[in-house]
Design a protein around this ligand. Structure first.
Ligand SMILES: [Zn+2]
Length: 478
């Protein structure tokens, strides 16, 4: 790619972990921002350097489209990447199947980053280099996902993220069917800048109406919604105000309560949106907890008609009260509901996937390095019992065969079978941090090395698999 000035020619050499940045300039003055080994060629000066933070920053300075930006209400999709090697394949998927969808290539939850000792800067920089390699010159977002504290916000602001997904899930309460006056009185009214009577009065005459959805919040529903979500409102608003006070550049905000136990009812959605607006927030997308099984890496579990009706209503509330996008978290591999999601939201939607690109990597390993794949599978099965608690997953270990009972030819099916797929999905942390006596993360290193050798194949399977996700959301999809 050419720099904005037209002076520099920027290229990624090699593949996977063997990549280097090459900068070609007419003279040495153009190379000042970059680090590496300079030399001279017939066309001028050339520099070859590492995929370092310094070089990523210099790239974004010289090619402004690589600088993440807020994507606002545009139809968008975030494709997370646990290994930092997937962006070139993601670019291919967007280019071929994602017309009219704005991409988020840098997207990872702080939980995953910390688990893998990846910094927000590394996540952002890996996406920057991947965009250059894939030749992506359109706008890009960068999503700091599932943020739960102001300290996490600060880390992601320092790295340059432009979308902040605020997750108050730990402050969502389990509530009884009937909320007592005592329980209601105990809410954080001062922080809510409100009191119980004022709240009741505000909602008594409220009607939210859009596209055939009409929501009135009955007093009992209001009390339940407040008891369940008031602490979450307080926490979200405090994070939001911190973000707005500290951000030195424009940012998008998403609010997500998807990783909580009970589905978000329509009345609760109205309550959350009403209160967050009243307290001065604006946001571009919202992820409720959906009805049915919205599990990681596999098809939607449940009645898709029920899901569709509920999504239509949530999307209509989002249109009436924002507008803001409906965000589909854990959105991968739910091919049965994408057309419905487009119909329900009118493309006012954001799709998020993350682990599915890691699973595609394991698919490459299953074909080309059965021994490594067996080791990964064994570690994932061992880890599953413990890891299960922190995810919405239903895989049963006793429905997954032991690797020693399978031939090499049977291994790739483990990546597609629902139970073993989820076990592999959830096992990433144990796998990628598995280390030898010297502390080297041998499993991660071996997988990365394999993907570097088979980079074209990894890109190709990402293009087709993520392409299946994007295509229903694209403009003029057929
Ligand atoms: Zn989520």
């Amino acid at each position: 790619m050419r720099s904005e000035s037209g002076v520099l020619e920027l290229t990624i050499l090699g593949r996977g972990d063997n990549r280097r940045l090459r900068v070609l300039a007419p003279d040495a003055s153009g190379l000042g921002d970059f680090e590496g080994v300079p030399g001279s060629v017939a066309e001028g000066m050339v520099l070859e350097g590492p995929l370092s933070a310094v070089n990523a920053r210099a790239l974004r300075a010289n090619i402004p489209s690589l600088q993440p930006q807020p994507l606002g209400l545009a139809t968008s999709a975030g494709l997370g990447d646990r290994l930092g090697l997937a962006t070139p394949g993601h670019v291919r998927a967007f280019r071929r199947y994602g017309a009219g969808i704005l991409p988020v290539f840098a997207q990872q939850s702080i939980r995953e980053m910390d688990r893998l000792d990846r910094t927000p800067q590394q996540v952002l920089d890996d996406a920057t280099f991947g965009c250059l390699q894939g030749g992506w010159d359109g706008p890009v977002g960068a999503d700091a996902d599932h943020l739960k504290s102001t300290e996490e916000i600060d880390r992601c602001l320092a790295a340059g993220f432009t979308s902040f997904t605020l997750d108050p899930g730990e402050h969502v309460r389990a509530v009884p069917a009937v909320v007592s006056t005592d329980l209601l009185a105990g809410l954080q009214w001062a922080a809510l800048e409100d009191d119980a009577d004022s709240m009741s009065r505000r909602y008594a005459g409220l009607v939210v109406e859009a596209e055939g959805t009409v929501i009135r919040v009955a007093e009992d529903d209001l009390r339940r919604a407040a008891a369940k979500y008031a602490d979450a409102v307080v926490y979200t608003v405090s994070m939001y105000r911190h973000l707005m006070a500290c951000a030195r550049y424009p940012v998008d905000v998403e609010v997500s309560v998807d990783e909580t136990d009970e589905p978000t009812t329509l009345a609760e959605h109205v309550y959350l949106a009403t209160e967050m607006k009243r307290l001065g927030m604006t946001w571009v997308s919202f992820a409720p907890r959906y009805v049915g099984g919205f599990e990681k890496g596999i098809e939607y579990i449940g009645d898709t008609t029920v899901f569709f009706d509920s999504l239509v209503a949530h999307a209509n509330i989002a249109r009436a009260m924002g507008p803001y996008k409906i965000s589909l978290h854990s959105g991968s591999d739910k091919f049965s509901i994408y057309d419905q999601a487009v119909a329900a939201t009118g493309r006012l939607v954001h799709l998020k996937t993350s682990g599915t690109s890691y699973l595609q990597a394991l698919g490459v390993a299953a074909i080309h390095d059965p021994a490594l794949f067996r080791a990964i599978y064994d570690v994932s099965r061992d880890a599953y019992r413990g890891a299960r608690a922190s995810y919405q997953v239903s895989a049963q270990l006793d429905r997954t065969p032991a690797a020693e009972n399978l031939t090499d030819e049977q291994l790739p099916a483990l990546v597609t079978n629902s139970d073993s797929r989820q076990v592999l999905h959830v096992g990433y942390g144990a796998v990628l941090t598995q280390h030898d006596e010297g502390g080297a993360r041998w499993m991660s290193d071996a997988l990365r090395s394999l993907l570097s050798t088979h980079a074209e194949e990894y890109e190709s399977v990402l293009e087709s698999h993520l392409g299946r996700h994007l295509r229903p959301f694209a403009e003029l999809s057929r």
